[in-house]
Write a protein that binds this ligand. Sequence first.
Ligand code: NAD
Ligand code: DAU
Length: 342
Amino acid sequence: MNERSPRRLLVAGGAGFIGSNFVKLLRSTRPEVEVTVLDKLTYAGNPANLRELEGTPGYRFVRGDICDGEMVDHLAGQVDAIVNFAAETHVDRSLLDPFAFVLTDVLGTGVLAEAARKHGHDVFLLVSTDEVYGHVPEGRSKEEDAFRPRSPYSASKAGGELLARSYLESFGLPLVVTRGSNNYGPNQFPEKIIPLFITNALDGLKLPLYGDGSAIRDYVHVEDHCRGIDLALRRGTPGAAYNLGTGVETSGREVAATVVELTGLDESSIEQVVDRAGHDYRYALDVSQAREELGWSAGIGFREGMERTVRWYRDNQDWWRPLRSGEYWEFYRRNYKPLEVK
Ligand code: NAD
Ligand code: DAU
């Protein structure tokens, strides 16, 4: 198999959850690759995620916005490839502030694609999501399926992907896309279901389950996802997209029950709240293309991954406790409504 191996990488959004796990994976497995992280440090970006790399040779951090064309152009001229993680990522926040998502996830992706094109990069790796397929009532999404996004988040991710795709078609940009399922693991901001439920459980708070908790997701451990992104970077065919998930279906209620069990609570900690508007009730991926073309499959099962993740949040309270203050609780109050006030 012919592999490309970019020597100098720009990792946009590298201070977030998946981006920082990816950068750490890269530094430990291929230390010869020079990495520049570009990150705006929004509420979700955290320098602490990358602290262990500060001052190490071949690594640098630049604070900046992917919508800033001049700065992106300057940095893109110093590398061989871009991997883009930078995005607004939380569906519930996209219902409250949609245009922040359009700006970063569409325009920002376009700015990066433009710079990659101009500097003749070997590859532009766009980290996309299974949410572009929308609600999947039956069967499994394949890479060639139509986009049917239903939230401002997923519509913005789909828009960014389409814009990058237009650069592939119009200018020959060597675009490779990954469409990952729901990630969990260390350093995830405590707003997505798994870190929110774990941190609430450790704080003795209720676990707010949307509706009846029957919505299905495919939870992939972030280490597996990052390994898949790295394989796509090296082996992905320009123009191709790769679904990255486990193929296992897990309901919100099962997530809640697992957290309750692993933290020693009881079921009364689970509280039904008003459902998410436009809730996608099922995502399900066909992951055969990533297996066959990239040689990738997920290795960490949900139970093992959850045990590791609960342990990480128990052992790293100084990482997440400062995040749960001020704006965090303002968002929480705006977002979660008890059933009776519906
Ligand atoms: P995250 O919210 O933890 O991190 C996003 C990072 O992007 C933060 O560091 C933030 O500061 C940075 N950022 C935001 N706007 C920026 C801008 N304008 N310029 C520069 N940096 C900016 O997100 P995550 O969960 O790590 O997701 C990373 C990527 O993976 C996203 O593109 C997301 O759509 C995609 N994805 C996420 C999941 C998941 O389950 N979390 C699944 C599949 C795909
Ligand atoms: O599928 C990949 C996507 O997964 C990523 O592209 C997104 O960036 C990421 O945010 C995530 O989106 P989801 O909306 O699927 O994740 P979230 O953790 O917000 O919700 C997962 C399920 O849990 C969903 O059915 C809604 C439910 N849920 C979520 C929260 C935050 C609850 O029941 N209660 C909650 O408090």
